[in-house]
Structures are given as C-alpha cells and as structure tokens.
Design a protein around this ligand. Structure first.
Ligand SMILES: CC(=O)N[C@H]1[C@@H](OP(=O)(O)OP(=O)(O)OC[C@H]2O[C@@H](n3ccc(=O)[nH]c3=O)[C@H](O)[C@@H]2O)O[C@H](CO)[C@@H](O)[C@@H]1O
Ligand SMILES: C=C(OP(=O)(O)O)C(=O)O
Length: 432
C-alpha cells in the first residue's frame, strides 16, 4: 500500500502544468464508440487509472484501443460491430463506465450495463439518464444488478427536461441523440466545460450539437459518425487544486495551461479570501500572503462553485481567520474527509449539509486516509501546512484523477515523497 508523506511548512514557488481533464476524457473516450467509420485519435489524455479503466471498457465492447500514456494519446477504432454489455467489474471500479450506455444504444439499439450503485460521496442514481433514453423511445428494464435499454426501432429525437442539470445524464443523452432520428432538445442541461468539449468532439465526428454550455442543448441526429482528431481541454479541477496549494502555503505559483474562464467561481472566492490572482495568456498566477479571510461558499452546478473543489477549499478554509460556512448542495454525503481533518486537529462542525469552520486551526500532522479522490488531494494540501509529518493512505483514489501529484508539488518546493510498502520492506531488509 502506497503512502504520501509530507513534512509541512514549505512555501510553494514556481510553475506547474496541468493535464487534460479527467471529466472530459472519460465521456469522450466512451463517445468515440459512436464512430463507425475511421479511427478516433484523442490527444492530451492524462495518464490516470480511470483512463485505463475506460479503455478496458471500450476494448471489452469490441473496439480496438491503442493507448500511449507517454504521448498522452488514445486511438480508438470502433468500426467493427460492437458488443452491448458493460460488465460489473468495470462499473464497480469506475462509475463513469455508465457513459458507454448512450453510444451503445445509439449504435446497437440495445445496451446492458451493470448498475453503478452509490459511492463514498452519495447515492448517485441514474434515473435522469434513463428518463432521457425512455423519452427517445427506449424500453428500460432492470434485473440481476443490471439495467437494459432496448430501442427495437431505433431512437427518436425528443424534448427532455432534466430535474437536475446532471453532467452524466446530459452526456449520455447527447451521445444517444447524436445518431437518433430527428432532433433532441435537453432542457435544464448541465453547462460544465466538459459538456462543451464532448459536444465539440461529436461535431468533429460529423454530428450536429448546438447550444452546449447553455441550459438548452439541441442535438440533430445524423445517420453516421466518423473518426476525428480531438484535443482534451485542460483539467479545471487539477488547476483549482494547485491554486489552493499555492494559497494554503502563502506561495507564488504560476499554473500553465489553465483556462481562467473555467474557474471563475473559484477565482472569485479566492479573491474574497485575499489571494491575488493574475490571468496570464495561457495560465494563472496565484500569490497569497497569510492571514487569509474566512468566507462562506455553496457548491452548485456550473457555473457555480464546483463540488469537486469542496474538500480542497475546506482545507484552505481551515487555515483562514474567522468563521466560514461551506454548504454542499450537489452530493448529499460529501463530507467523509471531515473526520480525517479532525485527526489533524481541525475545528470543524457538520450541521446538515453545511460545515462550519472556525479558523485558523492549528493543524498537526497525522496518519490520515483518503475517502475519495478529492479528499485525497485535500488531505495532502492540509499536510503542506500542518506542523510535523502527515501520512496519507488509500492513494488509489488519488491516482484516479491526478498525474504525479506529489512530484508536481515537490517541484514547487514541497517536502513530500511517495513510498510503497514494497520499497519500505526492501529498505528494512537492507538495514538488517
Ligand atoms: C466523470 C465525471 O464527469 N464526474 C463528475 C460528474 O459526475 P456525475 O455525472 O455522476 O454527476 P451528476 O451531475 O450526474 O450528479 C449530480 C447530482 O445529481 C444526482 N443525479 C444525477 C443523475 C441522475 O440520474 N439522478 C440524480 O439524482 C446525483 O446523485 C448528484 O447528487 O459531475 C459531478 C458534478 O459536477 C462531479 O462531481 C463529478 O466529478
Ligand atoms: C467525483 C468525481 O469523479 P467521479 O464522478 O468519476 O466519481 C471527481 O472527479 O471528483
């Protein structure tokens, strides 16, 4: 089992480059299955365990996949007839495997996918995805832990109003509608930058998606889609995580390859706290001097404050002066990291869907365990400023969404290393 060990107290300085966005590349690699002519070449692909998982899923569906992690490139050839079932072994590993359902239904008129169930951040139902497929003429059935969607006569365009602007439902409906007969309109659609990247990709394959990034997306179905070359957008959550890393250490960090407009809510909140942020041609410079001011914040669908930055912001708010209230409205149970922060001497109180933070806490290094992907990053951020040594375990969560996180922090001046049990055993053998 790997551990990240941090000796707190270093101020971060320098430049760091962010990777392609995890939450853009996963739906795009699934949507590549829509192309029945010519291969898709996807570039700026981050070397993450989730990328390996989606590649496995796509391969299991009979597409040919060539992945070059060094180059950050995936080539997908889905021109042969596709299988129709995404097995539990993949969906269990990664919920986003459900995103193959739209493309499979579009290509085959049938899809069978293991039900994803909940995870550490909430129950995460898929009713809005299924409501969309049903409106387009698919029959939905459940059994033996799976959901099946069948459209014997193919999918037909429909008007679909989402009860909540779900990212995954918007993506699955967009891909299903790309090859449907007629026009589909998604109302109350998700507006995240990753939705726009997916729409651009579908259009580059020959599709017709209009309005992505607004709350009404119009998809005019086409008969066939072809392979293309697509570059993934930069990861706004990795960007945000390094913004917080700079702020929490009182540092001066420039983030290359960042898109400021994708992080408007975070830029505004950090500004309120007293962090100085400068927008550069291709990036962001973050300068912070302590003490920072406490703020209140509420997570919301884009362009609101992203839930995927909630735990990292909680780490930062622990170091700010005054009382701040952080409210989570997107997921009902995304506070598992609070107990771990308490192990680091944080003063945090949960009240329903809010957390009240009285700062600054006198953070102390401790042995803590990552409860989900962003909690892993947040605990490491807290470790950067805690007094003494912090050890973070359960790093499989971190590897889902961050490439070389500890190496990038080390290059900025952090005292941080990653050790594996095997290495430790080797060391102790040498000592004996
Ligand atoms: C791979 C990926 O892109 N993951 C992101 C995606 O997840 P994901 O696509 O799963 O998130 P959604 O936007 O769908 O979920 C948001 C909320 O809607 C609820 N819901 C969703 C679908 C549905 O059919 N019914 C329903 O009730 C969920 O339980 C949750 O409470 O968006 C989330 C919200 O920004 C991010 O935190 C995740 O990082
Ligand atoms: C919650 C996240 O991802 P996923 O939807 O893949 O679990 C995340 O990226 O923070």
């Amino acid at each position: 089992m790997d551990k990240i060990i941090i000796n707190g107290g270093r101020v971060l300085h320098g430049n760091v480059r962010v990777e392609g966005a995890k939450n853009a590349v996963l739906p795009i690699l699934a949507a590549a299955l829509l192309a029945s002519e010519g291969p898709n070449i996807i570039r700026d692909v981050p070397n993450l365990s989730d990328v390996s998982t989606i590649n496995e899923v796509v391969k299991s569906l009979n597409a040919k996949v060539e992945y070059d992690p060094e180059q950050g490139q995936v080539i997908i050839d889905s021109t042969e007839e596709l299988a129709s079932e995404a097995h539990f072994e993949y969906v269990r590993k990664m919920r986003a495997s459900i995103l193959v359902m739209g493309p499979l239904l579009a290509r085959n008129g049938f899809a069978r996918v293991a039900l994803p169930g909940g995870c550490a951040i909430g129950s995460r139902p898929i009713d809005q995805h299924l409501k969309g497929f049903e409106a387009m003429g698919a029959e939905i059935t459940f059994g033996h832990g799976h959901v099946e969607a069948t459209a014997v006569n193919g999918l037909k365009g429909a008007k679909i109003y989402l009860d909540f602007p779900s990212v995954g439902a918007t993506e699955n409906i967009m891909t299903a509608a790309a090859l449907a007969k007629g026009t589909t309109i998604i109302e109350n659609a998700a507006k995240e930058p990753e939705i726009v990247d997916l729409a651009n990709f579908i259009n580059e394959m020959g599709g017709r998606v209009i309005g992505a990034g607004t709350d009404a997306i119009r998809i005019e179905g086409v008969r066939q889609l072809h392979g293309t070359v697509h570059h993934i957008i930069p990861d706004r959550i990795e960007t945000g995580t390094f913004m917080v890393a700079a702020a929490i250490t009182g540092g001066d960090v420039t983030i290359d390859n960042a898109v400021p407009e994708h992080n408007a809510a975070l830029i505004s909140k950090l500004g309120e706290m007293g962090v100085v942020i400068t927008e550069l041609d291709e990036g962001l410079r973050i300068q912070a001097k302590h003490p920072l001011k406490a703020v209140d914040l509420k997570t919301m669908p884009h362009p609101g404050f992203p839930t995927d930055m909630q735990s990292q912001m909680m780490a930062l708010m622990l170091t700010a002066s005054g009382t701040g209230v952080l409210t989570e409205t997107v997921f009902e149970n995304r506070f598992m990291h609070v107990e771990e922060f308490r192990r680091m001497n944080a003063s945090v109180k949960i009240e329903g869907r809010s957390v009240i933070i009285s700062g600054p806490s006198d953070l102390q290094g401790a042995e803590v365990s990552a409860t989900d992907l962003r909690a892993a990053a947040a605990l490491i951020l807290a470790g950067l400023v805690a007094e003494g040594v912090t050890r973070v375990t359960e790093l499989a969560h971190l590897d889902r969404g961050y490439v070389d996180f500890h190496k990038k922090l080390k290059a900025l001046g952090a005292d941080i290393e990653r050790v594996s049990e095997e290495k430790k055993t080797e060391k102790s053998k040498q000592l004996v």
